[in-house]
Design a protein around this ligand. Structure first.
Ligand code: SAH
Ligand code: DHB
Ligand code: MG
Length: 223
């Protein structure tokens, strides 16, 4: 009953407010047809990410966890001319599918997919010494969230925004005795941020088509 209601409300606002985008629909269809798990952000969450990036005026965006490129396309839609997005993906099948989806969305020139374990590609990115990222979206394997956050800080500037997906996990995050590596990863991230004077942060619960979950939002004070 509750999930049905959350899904219906998501559908209501998505139909009402979120403009249709055939390339985003096609990305979801191609991902489903290829057997990828249906764990991309919901459409209203994608629009939320796009708006955040636009509000922030983000020109350089980093995403950790591409899957089929659905959230990538939402974030890519926020880029100004000359802006760019780098997205990191370990699974070559996901990356190949995402590449097609991103090209269909007209974003091939602005989006770069780095294939490999993020803990290997993040140091490569740092070595390239390009401009710091204005916005970083962390959405790959949850046990590595603390490590990804450390790298996000290294690749940031004062004022950069870091968004972390799936920090509530149906409420499991409050279970301090959990031995689920996903929960432990998210809890360690929270503890790390609590002790980190270089960021201010908050977390918001969400309900919707993806159940009960949430986003963490951090602003880098000094990188
Ligand atoms: N951001 C996507 C969903 C990402 S799902 C969206 O909302 O549309 C998480 C992705 O992270 C999966 O594609 C998975 O293969 C990838 N992933 C898992 N472990 C990883 C790692 N160590 N390095 C990079 N990517 C990883
Ligand atoms: C799930 C959802 C996500 O958004 C994600 O990044 C990983 C897993 C899930 O529902 O299992
Ligand atoms: Mg996610």
């Amino acid at each position: 009953m509750t999930q049905e209601l959350w899904t219906a409300v998501d559908r209501y606002f998505t139909d009402l407010l979120v403009p249709p985008d055939p390339a985003l629909d096609a990305a979801l269809e191609a991902s489903a047809a290829a057997g990828l798990p249906a764990i991309a952000v919901a459409p209203n969450q994608g629009e939320f990410l796009r708006l955040l990036a636009q509000l922030h005026g983000a020109r350089d965006i980093l995403e950790i966890g591409t899957l089929g490129g659905y959230s990538t396309i939402w974030l890519g839609r926020a880029l100004p001319p000359g802006g760019r997005l780098v997205t990191l993906e370990v699974d070559p099948r996901h990356a190949a599918l995402a590449r097609g989806n991103i090209a269909r969305a007209g974003l091939a020139d602005q989006v770069e997919i780095l294939v490999g374990r993020a803990m290997d590609t993040l140091p490569q990115l740092a070595d390239e010494r390009h401009d710091p990222f204005d916005m970083i979206f962390i959405d790959a394997d949850k046990p590595s969230y603390p490590d990804y956050f450390s790298w996000a800080l290294r690749l940031s500037r004062p004022g950069s925004v870091i968004v972390v997906d799936n920090v509530v996990r149906h409420g499991a995050v409050i279970d301090e005795a959990s031995d689920d590596p996903l929960v432990r990863g998210v809890r360690r991230l929270g503890e790390m941020i609590a002790a980190e004077p270089r960021v201010s942060a908050t977390a918001l619960q969400t309900v919707g088509t993806k159940g009960h979950d949430g986003f963490l939002l951090a602003r880098v004070i000094s990188a």
